[in-house]
Design a protein around this ligand. Structure first.
Ligand SMILES: *[C@@H]1O[C@H](CO)[C@@H](O)[C@H](O)[C@H]1NC(C)=O
Ligand SMILES: *[C@@H]1O[C@H](CO)[C@@H](O)[C@H](O)[C@H]1NC(C)=O
Ligand SMILES: *[C@@H]1O[C@H](CO)[C@@H](O)[C@H](O)[C@H]1NC(C)=O
Ligand SMILES: *[C@@H]1O[C@H](CO)[C@@H](O)[C@H](O)[C@H]1NC(C)=O
Ligand SMILES: *[C@@H]1O[C@H](CO)[C@@H](O)[C@H](O)[C@H]1NC(C)=O
Length: 401
């Protein structure tokens, strides 16, 4: 045993020595130049081959430089974990540079001219620097913008730079409030990450960004989701809200959402969550293992395990039947069709119903009031997530009393 461990130590020392003596490597096939983890490299190396496509100088001590070699083919440049304080002059790489990684430096300012010279950029990563703002210059194909971990107090207003942005990472800084205009300036935004941004409310992203598909708002200070949240947008698939102070989620029945992350919130398991129950039962929605905080009778129970009866605050067992009237919030609803068991009021006058047969099969239905006949409306099968696709071979519903 002892012998074995001694020889292992020797091996380790030899290997470390070997790596330490190697200052860079060049792969002629992928045309990749790497000189990483070598903390005493303080300037751009002079031996980068002129046909390099990928250059990685991560984790050095490179300071602001005045000259970058002419590289007409380079597409990827990584200068993360260095000692830059200003945006570098990369005009010598501007013909081809697409992916620029400048995270974890100490950059405090960006020259508009230097940035706009990089007109082939698709990805600009500036995470974890000390930026308050960004210059608004037009870069026609900029798709990915990472500005998280800086010292910004709002998302900068970037009608030019943001014109084509699909993904924005802007968390890990004290933003707390996001202006509608800043979001509207990114009309193609599909992915927004604002984790750990001190947000007190949901940014108006559903209103501002019709293409939004993925929204992450983890570890903020959000207490409520607006009632009409899911009605503004028909694209949102993933919503991550872990570790906020949210008690309830508005009706999701007209939303195409497929993943909802809620762990670490003080969720109240009551009838307001019925639409989530319907959606999960239908297999349309995945909800994480969040547990109920209220009422006390359900405390600690994963919401996936809460029954319909429990969500409604009822204890007796219930089987669907056509002649049952249920009073939920609001007036009484009765769909004159066998097996409509629940009609869940929805904020936008559309209703979301749950069809439960005696088997446990559930379907989503929608309800729309008939404005010409007070008290009447239509019920129909909902194509999940598209209110316009309510089946028109519907049937009358009478409500009121
Ligand atoms: C980095 O510094 C160490 C100690 O000063 C030295 O031994 C080593 O050769 C240097 N590495 C390079 C690549 O210059
Ligand atoms: C561009 O490259 C040329 C030739 O390598 C060099 O002389 C010049 O200083 C470089 N300019 C910048 C701004 O890096
Ligand atoms: C950034 O600046 C701070 C304070 O000036 C300094 O402590 C820190 O080491 C710097 N970070 C880097 C990566 O140079
Ligand atoms: C969250 O909000 C509460 C009360 O509004 C406040 O006391 C607390 O400091 C906030 N926390 C953060 C991380 O902003
Ligand atoms: C929740 O339901 C699952 C599957 O039916 C079961 O395995 C699990 O033990 C339940 N958890 C609790 C806390 O009731």
């Amino acid at each position: 045993m002892i012998r074995f461990s001694k020889s292992a130590t020797i091996c380790l020392v030899l290997q470390t020595f070997f790596i330490g003596s190697r200052t860079f490597d060049w792969d002629p096939e992928s045309k990749t130049f790497n000189q990483i983890n070598d903390k005493n490299l303080t300037s751009i190396p002079t031996n980068i081959p002129t046909d390099a496509i990928v250059v990685n100088l991560r984790n050095n001590a490179i300071q602001d430089f005045t000259s970058f070699p002419r590289l007409d083919l380079v597409t990827d440049l990584t200068l993360t974990y260095n000692a830059l304080t200003a945006f570098p002059d990369l005009t010598n790489a501007s013909a081809s540079l697409k992916y620029l990684f400048l995270g974890n430096n100490n950059i405090t300012q960006i020259s508009a001219d230097l940035l706009s010279s990089l007109d082939q950029l698709e990805l600009l990563q500036l995470s974890n620097n000390r930026l308050r703002n960004l210059p608004d210059v037009y870069i026609p194909n900029l798709r990915f913008l990472h500005i998280n971990g800086n010292i910004m107090s709002d998302i900068p207003l970037l009608p030019l730079l943001g014109a084509d942005v699909r993904r924005l990472d802007a968390g890990q800084q004290a933003i707390s409030y996001v202006g509608l205009e800043s979001l509207k300036a990114m009309p193609h935004l599909e992915f927004l990450n604002m984790d750990q941004a001190g947000l007190m409310e949901v940014p108006p992203v559903m209103e501002a960004n019709p293409m939004i598909n993925y929204l992450s708002l983890m570890t903020n200070n959000i207490t409520a989701i607006p009632d009409d949240f899911f009605l503004h947008n028909q694209q949102l698939a993933v919503l991550s809200l872990e570790f906020n102070r949210i008690r309830s989620i508005p009706d999701v029945c007209l939303s195409p959402i497929s993943t909802l992350m809620l762990s670490g919130n003080p969720i109240t398991c009551d009838e307001k969550l019925l639409s989530i129950k319907v959606a999960t039962e239908m297999g349309k929605l995945y909800v994480d293992g969040v547990t109920c905080s209220h009422p006390t009778s359900l405390q600690g129970k994963p919401i996936a395990n809460v029954t319909l009866q429990e969500f409604r605050g009822r204890s007796q067992d219930y089987q669907g039947s056509h002649d049952v009237l249920y009073k939920l919030r609001g007036p009484l609803y009765f769909c004159d069709k066998p097996n409509i068991a629940e009609v869940v009021p929805n904020v936008n006058k559309m209703m979301c119903a749950l069809l439960c047969t005696r088997s446990i099969h559930c379907d989503g239905w929608s309800y729309e009031p008939d404005t010409s006949r007070p008290g009447y409306g239509k019920c129909g099968l909902v194509m999940w997530g598209s209110p316009s696709a309510v089946d028109t071979s519907t049937f009358d519903v009478f409500y009121g009393k």
